[in-house]
Ligand binder design. Structure first.
Ligand SMILES: Nc1ncnc2c1ncn2[C@@H]1O[C@H](COP(=O)(O)OP(=O)(O)O)[C@@H](O)[C@H]1O
Ligand SMILES: [Mg+2]
Length: 208
């Protein structure tokens, strides 16, 4: 089987059983008269409408949009280099992480860079869940002379009044290690934070 076929299966099986994933992808490939051994990223456009029914059948509504985003990222569509995941729960953290990894892999990032981005996304998303009522993580892939991914975490929480202490590395929190944001700053090639009592916005950019 081609690696595109296997990558599609890998995505689908995060949302449904392996049997169902093979079932709906196998059917879609047959209906589209494609050869599963020779799938090309551009074939994903043709498969999308044929996957639609199965995905609506087997995936809960709240997760469908995320699944489509992952599938489209694999197709390498240039029109969708930016995705936003709303962050409220533990599950949202892992979805943002999975999506960030898919975008990096799709941009052919080295695996240690993908890991770096996944860590940045996890730390920022976890802080949103731990310390605020909710927020979002926006992932923007920027190409050009230096390919890079921007992770923008936005929330309307209480802000971080002791941000200087936190970033100095002297801070020790009761809840965690207190080293999440310092770690993100160290991993990022560009780091910017704006925080006030109305909320926090953190941008961390990683070069691919
Ligand atoms: N988005 C946020 N909104 C409000 N407070 C935050 C936010 N992110 C971090 N903080 C505060 O900054 C502290 C340090 O965060 P971090 O470096 O991630 O370490 P940890 O989460 O392990 O405590 C947290 O303990 C918390 O008090
Ligand atoms: Mg943290």
């Amino acid at each position: 089987m081609s690696s595109i076929y296997n990558q599609l299966i890998a995505i689908l099986t995060r949302y449904m059983s392996g049997v169902n994933a093979h079932g709906i992808l196998g059917n879609a490939v047959r209906q589209a008269l494609l050869n599963p051994d020779q799938l090309h990223p551009r074939d994903i456009e043709i498969l999308i409408p044929r996957l639609d029914r199965g995905i609506r059948l087997f995936v809960e509504v709240a997760r469908q949009k995320q699944l489509w985003t992952e599938i489209e990222a694999l197709s390498g569509r240039r029109e969708t280099p930016s995705h936003t995941v709303s962050i409220r729960s533990e599950q949202d953290i892992s979805q943002a992480r999975v999506l960030a990894k898919a975008m990096c892999e799709n941009a052919r990032a080295k695996s240690f860079v993908t890991q770096k981005v996944a860590t940045v996304v996890s730390e920022l998303a976890r802080n949103i869940v731990s310390y605020t009522q909710g927020g979002s993580i926006e992932l923007v892939m920027a190409e050009g002379s230096q390919a890079r991914i921007l992770v923008r975490a936005t929330d309307t929480g209480p802000g971080i009044p002791n941000i200087d202490e936190v970033l100095s590395g002297r801070y020790r929190s009761a809840t965690g290690l207190g080293k999440g944001l310092v770690g993100v700053k160290r991993l990022a090639d560009r780091f910017n934070i704006r925080t006030s009592k109305n909320g926090t916005q953190i941008e961390a950019e990683v070069h691919l």
